[in-house]
Design a protein around this ligand. Structure first.
Ligand code: PGA
Length: 257
């Protein structure tokens, strides 16, 4: 993986792929993105059940594809039926883990406080969190985007060391843009990305703000990816639907290279 502010394109496969389907998808992705591995950090985030197969393929074929989980519990073990601990992700050689995706917040009751616990637990285990933030349509229409996202950042990313803050990956994903085909203009997305970077700077200092990566997510497609990537504070994308096909994912990865 590259150094600070290397562009990143991460595929969030959500609850769409079986282990076998995921293995096939990685094979197809490998064929079409290997020419840009030195310039873009490519990451895939399968469901938990697909991590083992993905990890095995990545290792055996020496792929420079980062592996991420979609969620984690903050405790290292315990009576938490259905949950997965950070050390279980370490065992599967996960490099990354999404924390606080809006679907987790909406359907599974995640709060800025639980996101913060997850971020700390992940860093403590050597896994880099990809922390998600973003406003609802109602907040967007009320002009409250920056205020809301700033609070998500301040609370969700509280209490880190400056070194951890410098390693942060934050995905700005307006909820109303996820899976809808609607997006903010690249300029508006960049305004929020710049505010996220400034907030990290206010919390942890300018070096952390300069090094942290801010991704845009929400209906990123081959047709619009380059416009987002040309913005100065947007360092890549977290991609849902378009990450489920090797050709569309590849087009987005190439737009970031
Ligand atoms: P989408 O999802 O690309 O399908 O809009 C993005 C996400 O939820 O991370």
């Amino acid at each position: 993986m590259g150094g600070p502010r290397t562009p990143m394109v991460a595929g969030n496969w959500k609850m769409f792929t079986t282990s076998g389907e995921g293995a096939a998808l990685i094979g197809n992705i490998q064929d079409v993105v290997s020419d840009v591995w030195s310039r873009v950090d490519v990451v895939v985030c399968p469901p938990f059940t697909g991590l083992k197969a993905a990890s095995t393929i990545i290792e055996l074929d020496h792929l420079r594809i980062g592996l991420g989980a979609q969620d984690v519990h903050w405790e290292s073990e315990g009576a938490f039926t259905g949950a997965i601990a950070p050390r279980m992700l370490v065992e599967l050689r996960c490099d990354y883990c999404i924390a606080g995706h809006s679907e987790r917040r909406e359907f599974f009751g995640e709060t800025n406080e639980t996101v913060n616990r997850k971020v700390h637990a992940l860093f403590a285990s050597g896994i880099t969190p990809i922390t998600c933030c973003g406003e609802s349509l109602a907040l967007y229409e009320a002009g409250k985007t920056e205020e809301f996202v700033r609070t998500q950042i301040r609370e969700g990313l509280a209490g880190l060391t400056p070194e951890q803050a410098a390693a942060l990956i934050v995905a700005y994903e307006p909820i109303w843009a996820i899976g809808t085909g609607h997006t903010p203009t690249p300029e508006k997305a960049n305004d929020v990305a710049r505010m996220i970077r400034a907030t990290i700077g206010a919390m942890y200092g300018p070096p952390a703000a300069q090094a942290a990566r801010v991704l845009y997510g929400g209906s990123v497609k081959p047709e619009n990816a380059a416009m987002f990537f040309s913005e100065p504070d947007i360092d890549g994308a977290l991609v849902g639907g378009a990450a489920l096909k090797a050709d569309t994912f590849s087009d987005i990865v190439h737009a970031a290279s």
